[in-house]
Design a protein around this ligand. Structure first.
Ligand code: GSH
Length: 216
């Protein structure tokens, strides 16, 4: 098998999902830090939606973090990151979707304003957007997650899975934006996110990203 290459910049929650899965499965890879708002001319050929990440293995390319992670599970089945039980499998896919859509929609604008606009683009962040998300969009999402998360590592069947990867990844962006889950209001969720982020797979990404942002 050709050494895989991930096209996409590390702070993307979707790129991070794939990097965490690669690390959990012990797969070595290269990375091209494509920024989707300013992609190289040829990028659309491998990313029809113009989004990151794209996975490449020789001349095989595959966009979309969920498709990539599912593919990686087929070619590297161990350690398994998808439950074998059909009902748990269905739940894991739903939590992955919830992380990728609802959670990213709620948390990412705070990251975008405070990090992308303020630090990378050296612009003025729109504090109205940030406050609206923090006050209105985010609490109901965290309220629901508080009812779902376990005391252990795995939200589905007590085993770490793709669901945990997808749910924990957007909280890294929240952290880069100077925010965290309020442990007084959402104690189970705060502890769960901290546990997942402490896994070596997440920790390596987080430390690398922090160093990148510190250099700005
Ligand atoms: N469903 C996709 C979403 C990927 C995505 O939205 N990536 C963002 C960066 S975090 C992007 O490339 N945005 C550029 C755009 O939407 O044009 C996946 O899971 O990979």
């Amino acid at each position: 098998m050709a050494k895989p290459r991930i096209h996409g910049a590390s702070p993307s929650p979707f790129v991070r999902k794939v990097r965490v899965v690669l690390a959990e499965k012990g797969i070595d890879y290269d990375q091209t830090p494509v920024i989707p708002f300013n992609p190289p001319a040829e990028f659309k050929k491998i990313s029809p939606l113009g989004k990151i990440p794209v996975y490449q293995e020789g001349d095989y390319t595959l966009p979309d973090s969920s498709c990539i992670c599912a593919y990686l599970e087929r070619v590297h089945p161990e350690p398994a990151l998808y439950p074998k039980d059909p009902k748990q499998y269905g739940k894991a896919l739903f939590y992955e979707e919830y992380g990728d859509s609802k959670l990213v929609e709620a948390l990412a604008p705070v990251f975008f304003q405070r990090v992308i606009v303020a630090k990378l683009m050296k612009g003025k962040p729109d504090d109205n957007i940030v406050q609206d998300k923090l006050s209105n969009a985010i609490p109901p999402v965290l309220d629901w997650l508080e009812t779902q998360v376990p005391d252990g590592d795995g939200i589905v069947g007590g085993r770490f899975s793709i669901a945990d990867v997808a749910l924990a990844s957007p909280f890294v962006n929240f952290m880069h934006a100077g925010e965290s889950v309020d442990a007084k209001r959402w104690p189970k969720l705060a502890a769960y996110v901290a546990r997942i982020h402490a896994r070596p797979s997440f920790k390596a990404c987080i430390e690398e990203e922090k160093a990148q942002f510190a250099a700005l």
